[in-house]
Structures are given as structure tokens and as C-alpha cells.
Design a protein around this ligand. Structure first.
Ligand SMILES: [Zn+2]
Length: 172
């Protein structure tokens, strides 16, 4: 059975039933993610379950959204469908998080023993974004026209060429 996920919840309580949870969250609620997107009109969809494993709650699920970013080659906006799986181990303190084996991703509960869905998902969403967003295999993606005013650029290193003006002088 799939239930609507609360925006904030106590994972221990959710672990007591075997439900799956799902939610759709406006991208604008993810502050760090929003800074990297050209548009935050869309939603992030998630689907997860909570299980008790030994003495920790483990949250396993997936997330998906459409990332609208500016291509760093042609400067046009483009959209990439993003999906990710995540598995997070709930801990109550940062020290407990640091003590987990490297292969486990911790998530630290707040002082009320609760998790905010946005906090839970944001790191995993951010990890999916490319460092330098660029079209892939799109022939229409060409370096954009860039205006540098009257400064002549040396094509070899993109810096102003101090001899550019001199050359013009000799030619005239
Ligand atoms: Zn492009």
C-alpha cells in the first residue's frame, strides 16, 4: 500500500508499518538545488519505504525530477530527466553519523527525532547534477556568441592580446 509521505516525520513510526510512501515536492522548496536550476517550476517525485535494520531505521527509495539548467557551451536552457536511488541510515547525532562505515549514508534526525523530507532528499538530488552542465550529442549545441566589446582576445588562451592593436597599426 502506498501512502502520502508527510513533509516531516518520525522514521520509527513509519518503520512500524510496511507501507511505501510517496510525495511530490515543488522544486522551489529545495533552496540549494534551486540555486543551480534555471527553472524551479517543476516537482520532485519520491517513493520510499522505512525499515528497521538492527537498531537503525533505514530509508530506501528513489527520486526523480527534471533539471532545467543552462548549457555552458551554447548558453541555452536544457532539461535533463534525473532519477536516483537512495538508502539512508537514520542516526541521532553527528558523532553517530561519523562512526558509520563509509558505505552507509547517514541522515541525522532533528532534536525532535524527526526528518524533514526536503532535507532527506536534497543531498541526493544535488549529487545527480553535472558539475558543468552541457548538452550531450546535440549537433545544434555550438559555442555561444560572446561579446567582449572592443577588446581583442588571443584565441590561444582567451586573454586580451597586447599585440593585437600593434598588428593593426603596421597593416595600415
Ligand atoms: Zn548546449
Amino acid at each position: 500500500m502506498v501512502k502520502r509521505a508527510p513533509s516531516r516525520f518520525n522514521p520509527d513510526l513509519l518503520a512500524r508499518d510496511a507501507s511505501r510512501y510517496e510525495a511530490e515536492i515543488p522544486l522551489s522548496q529545495f533552496t540549494r538545488l534551486s540555486e543551480l536550476l534555471l527553472s524551479t517550476d517543476g516537482q520532485l517525485a519520491t517513493n520510499f519505504g522505512v525499515n528497521l535494520r538492527k537498531d537503525h531505521c533505514v530509508i530506501r527509495g528513489s527520486l526523480s525530477f527534471e533539471a532545467v539548467q543552462q548549457c555552458q557551451r551554447c548558453m541555452e536552457a536544457f532539461a535533463t530527466p534525473i532519477t536516483a536511488e537512495f538508502e539512508l541510515v537514520c542516526v541521532t547525532t553527528q558523532a553517530e553519523a561519523d562512526a558509520l562505515p563509509d558505505e552507509l549514508d547517514p541522515v541525522v534526525l532533528d532534536e525532535n527525532g524527526q526528518l524533514h523530507l526536503v532535507d532527506l532528499l536534497e543531498d541526493d538530488a544535488l549529487l545527480q547534477l553535472p558539475d558543468i552542465p552541457k548538452h550531450v550529442d546535440d549537433p545544434s549545441c555550438q559555442p555561444g556568441e560572446q561579446s567582449f566589446g572592443d577588446v581583442q582576445l588571443n584565441p590561444a588562451n582567451g586573454k586580451p592580446n597586447p599585440f593585437g592593436a600593434l598588428k593593426d597599426l603596421k597593416l595600415s
